[in-house]
Design a binder for this molecule. Structure first.
Ligand SMILES: Nc1ncnc2c1ncn2[C@@H]1O[C@H](COP(=O)(O)OP(=O)(O)OP(=O)(O)O)[C@@H](O)[C@H]1O
Ligand SMILES: [Mg+2]
Length: 275
């Protein structure tokens, strides 16, 4: 690319532009910092991730992973620093505005309606995306389309067999799958998942791994994940950022992270992790 861009051949200019654009980060932070009283929970974090990749954030308990997530998605306002989405400064936007710009975050099972069926939960999310409230009759006419789309999403998250069950009847792991389907129904460009396997039995973890693997392989969404399960992180991630005491101690491909002395030190010395 360097050679092509250095040349003066006009017909390559479009290609240069396109390549340059493709390497721009979809989301980026500059010196992102938050203090709670005297405690610096996230400390001047310069983070970047590329379109259609899967990045994970790892680090010992209390490292600042969830707090960092909360600043990306707008739940927390940083004390210092900025967040950029496709080059636009979104630091002062509300969580709802960020959702409208394509940032989708799951909230530990709080967006599931327990009395609705599994299919209905996903259908409602699709209709909310399509503006059900504003355009009722149009949505009503397309009710079966919404149901078809909902069923396809349930297939994608390996929950189609439970389509008619009441959501309250699902196991914890199945609820996490439904939550991912609801999130996908909103068609976010970037998915933010904070510990999608938390509280799950070991036997339920492989299904979540498979779902995330499929989302990643489709290469049409960007995924940011916080997880403690190292084997899962190593097999899924394109890149991994490691936080310790609010600071980045490593950021790179899984094998670099695996070999990093700073990371080994963080996990073996001092810091504790929960499985
Ligand atoms: N609202 C808050 N008020 C005060 N302190 C906070 C708040 N939110 C987070 N913290 C502190 O910020 C630090 C980072 O917490 P955070 O929850 O981000 O860690 P984490 O890396 O997600 O940990 P875990 O792996 O346990 O989920 C902790 O010391 C925590 O107590
Ligand atoms: Mg956390």
């Amino acid at each position: 690319m360097g050679l092509i861009c250095a040349g003066s051949v006009k017909r390559y200019l479009g290609l240069c532009k396109m390549n340059a654009k493709n390497t721009e980060p979809i989301i980026e932070t500059k010196d992102l910092t938050i203090r709670f009283g005297g405690h610096v929970a996230v400390d001047h974090v310069n983070f970047q991730m590329q379109l259609f990749t899967l990045k994970s954030i790892i680090g010992p308990n209390g490292a600042g992973k969830t707090t960092f997530f909360n600043m990306l998605t707008g739940q927390y306002k940083p004390t210092e620093g900025q967040v950029f989405l496709k080059g636009q400064d979104i630091t002062n936007l509300s969580p709802a505005d960020r959702t409208r710009l394509g940032m989708g975050r799951s909230f530990q099972l709080t967006n599931i309606f327990p009395m609705l069926s599994v299919l209905e939960n996903v259908r409602v999310a699709i209709q909310s995306r399509e503006g059900f409230g504003l355009n009722f009759w149009k949505s009503y006419l397309h009710f079966s389309d919404a149901e078809d789309e909902a069923y396809e999403l349930l297939q994608e998250v390996l929950l189609d067999e439970k389509w008619s069950a009441t959501s309250a009847e699902l196991t914890h792991g199945e609820k996490r799958k439904l939550e991912i389907a609801i999130l996908l129904a909103l068609k976010p460009e970037i998915l933010f998942l904070d510990e999608p396997t938390a509280g799950m039995g070991q036997e339920e973890v492989p299904a979540i791994l498979e779902i995330l693997q499929r989302i990643k392989e489709a290469r049409d969404r960007t995924l940011l994940l916080v997880e403690h399960k190292m084997d899962m992180i190593m097999s899924l991630s394109d890149t991994i950022m490691v936080l310790q005491e609010g600071r980045i101690i490593a950021d790179g491909e899984p094998d670099e992270i695996y070999r990093s002395e700073a990371v080994q030190e963080a996990y073996l010395g001092g810091g504790t992790t929960r499985e």
